[in-house]
Design a protein around this ligand. Structure first.
Ligand code: CTP
Ligand code: MG
Length: 600
């Protein structure tokens, strides 16, 4: 019936011109409600957002009105988001209504290079100069900041208390995800950092594209996670059209090692041409050569690689599996955090697990019956012509992209709450036969290990590779031990009464810091005793009494000393932030005297 209506829509449209008819007759096939958006759609939306945005360094969040007023003279503004970096510098990300709007604003920008060493460069990172002479009249508007301090990471003590107040372990896991996961501004800024490279490199590479991948976009990232970037130089269909007879001469990389050489060049450009890029380190001999750098304006640690498209497709795959089962995301975020606390993962690579294989462990567990997630093979089986993707070195990254086409009975068959899933996760790996079996999310079942490496997790897109080949025997043994400990801990929580390590708290906090917190916690207050309560006013810490108490809770003298040192420096920081800064030292002394007088 509806097909008939749709095919005859033009016939019926005129006589039935009301809302009902509009809905029924003008509905296109594409209007059928879709449960899932594709990863490509999200990437496109984020890239467009970045193409019409600008990051402006300002004096403080109160620069908002002046900045809004100034920019709205040139263009229409959608929103302004405020954040601070770790250096205490303030920034505002402005999203304009269109890319043309942004172009108008960029035309109005000036350069400020007084140094002969510097060649000016234009990118979407600018700063807002104080008005020369008389202040301009502000334009009246009703806008507010879309977000203030948008990159603030939740204070650990507040998080601890919120987790303590949860009714169930499932609530704790969900809260942990909601409070620590990468937020909208975090994602916007990552696309801005990518956009900056794209703009700067575009004069050297035609059709250059820089895009974030890894935990910044795969749905498992936390606030402050590193930014993985991929530089690609793919041709559009138009550019590679066979009918065009004049073809550009091109440059093959002399002496081979193309990827490493491009990364090396990117390193030089980062040092010379990219504002905000600092501490550039090239890692050229790795399987995937990368250049690491810090982006000072956004506080991001970035890893840039060249043409590693399979890494980007892998992120898409992880994102898709997370979209099929949002519980997978919450669970994986917690498992990542637990693993870091248990010392199973570290910031630096080495003979231990990293977050990526750890996430595969979670996904594999969720493929066990009753399955929350389908095996990758099923997504490959349902792939269509438009899903074909061939990455570097002919790696086949073809799998179904439009999840609406996946039969609903092939996933989501498990109703377990997060608490049960977490417990079962630890139990599953406590009993897993790591000696003989490999983990493969392609088939969703344990398969025979092809070699004797301690841990074997099949690379889903290059099945001949093991993504955990670096993991040593000792680290694998520690993994087995820690999953058992975690299962025991959760089991004891179900039986016993609530202690201060109740539920996931016992999994994400180290025992020594828990002891310390217990010592410092007062009554029902979530706040620790203020540093000022512990130390004397004249900056001399009253350490002796506290040292004696601390020794009861922490393992050794070094930890006691470290804790005291940490508190001392926090105290000094608190004191500094309390101080008011004055240009004139005489005024400063006066004010300080008055305050002292008042206190007295
Ligand atoms: N990757 C891959 N094959 C590997 C390692 C990594 O395809 N053997 C891809 C994955 O898509 C991964 C991304 O590279 O997500 C980035 O790797 P990494 O930074 O190690 O992991 P993240 O998922 O980004 O986690 P983290 O937050 O620790 O950076
Ligand atoms: Mg990463």
């Amino acid at each position: 019936m509806s097909v008939l209506f749709q095919t005859r829509k033009y016939l019926f449209r005129k006589p039935f011109n009301n809302t009902f008819c509009k809905y029924v007759f003008l509905r296109k096939n594409s209007d059928v409600p879709r449960k899932f958006v594709t990863f490509d759609e999200i990437v496109t939306q984020r890239r467009l957002e970045a193409q019409r945005s600008l990051v402006v360094q300002v004096n403080s969040d109160s620069s908002f009105n002046e900045l809004y007023s100034y920019c709205s003279k040139y263009a229409s503004i959608n929103d302004i988001h405020h954040y601070k970096n770790s250096g205490g510098e303030h920034f505002m990300l402005i999203e304009f209504e269109s890319e043309d709007n942004l172009k108008e604003v960029l035309k109005s920008c000036s350069a400020h290079n007084k140094d002969h060493d510097m060649i000016s460069v234009q990118s979407p990172f600018v700063w807002f100069r104080a008005a020369a002479g008389k202040k301009e009249k502000l334009v009246a508007h009703e806008k507010n900041l879309a977000v203030k301090n948008g990159l603030e990471i939740i204070n650990e003590d507040v998080l601890y208390q919120e987790l303590m107040n949860c009714d169930t372990v499932s609530d704790q896991i969900q809260l942990m995800y909601d409070r620590t996961t990468l937020n909208d501004l975090g994602i916007r800024l990552r696309y801005m950092v990518a956009r900056q490279l794209e703009v700067i490199f575009s004069s050297l590479y035609s059709n250059v594209r820089v895009q974030p991948f890894g935990s910044s976009v795969n749905g498992f990232g936390r606030m402050g996670c590193d930014l993985d970037l991929i530089l690609t130089n793919t041709l559009t269909e138009e550019m590679s059209e066979g009918g065009r007879r004049l073809v550009f001469q091109e440059k093959r990389c002399e002496g081979g090692r193309g990827a490493a050489r491009h990364v090396e060049l990117a390193g030089a450009l980062l040092e010379l041409r990219v504002p905000g890029a600092a501490r550039v380190v090239r890692v050229l001999h790795a399987r995937v050569p990368i250049v690491k750098y810090a982006h000072l304006y956004t506080d991001l640690h970035c890893d840039l690689c060249y043409n590693n498209l399979s890494g980007a497709h892998m992120s898409e795959l992880l994102w898709q599996l997370g979209a099929l089962a949002p519980r997978a995301r919450a669970l994986a975020v917690l498992v990542r955090r637990w693993a870091a606390r248990a010392g199973l993962t570290h910031a630096q690579p080495g003979r231990w697990l990293t977050n990526f294989p750890l996430t595969l462990l979670v996904l594999f567990f969720l493929q066990q019956r009753p399955a929350l997630l389908p095996p990758l093979d099923l997504l490959v089986r349902y792939a269509r012509k438009e899903d074909v993707r061939i990455a570097e070195e002919n790696i086949n990254c073809t799998f179904l992209r439009d999840l609406n086409k996946l039969p609903p009975e092939s996933y989501g068959q498990n109703d377990d709450d997060l608490e049960t899933l977490l417990f079962k996760f630890f139990e599953f790996y406590s009993q897993f036969d790591f000696e003989d079996k490999a983990i493969s999310i392609n088939v969703g079942k344990a398969i025979r290990k092809p070699n004797s490496l301690p841990l074997y997790i099949v690379n889903p897109l290059e099945q001949s590779l093991n993504v955990s080949r670096n993991v040593s025997y000792e680290e694998c043994e520690r993994l087995k031990l820690e999953v058992r400990n975690a299962a025991w801990h959760l089991e004891s929580c179900l039986e016993g009464k609530r202690a201060d390590d109740w539920g996931i708290l016992g999994l994400i906090e180290s025992k020594s810091s828990r002891g310390l917190k217990k010592l410092l916690r007062v009554g029902n207050s979530h706040r620790l005793v203020s540093m000022k309560d512990i130390f004397n006013d004249d900056d001399e810490p009253a350490v002796e009494g506290i040292r004696a108490k601390l020794q009861k809770y922490v393992k050794n003298d070094k930890e006691v000393e470290d804790s005291i040192k940490e508190m001392k420096s926090e105290m000094i920081k608190e004191k500094k932030s309390d101080q008011i800064t004055f240009k004139n030292t005489q005024t400063k002394n006066e004010v300080y005297r008055i305050r002292r007088d008042k206190i007295v």
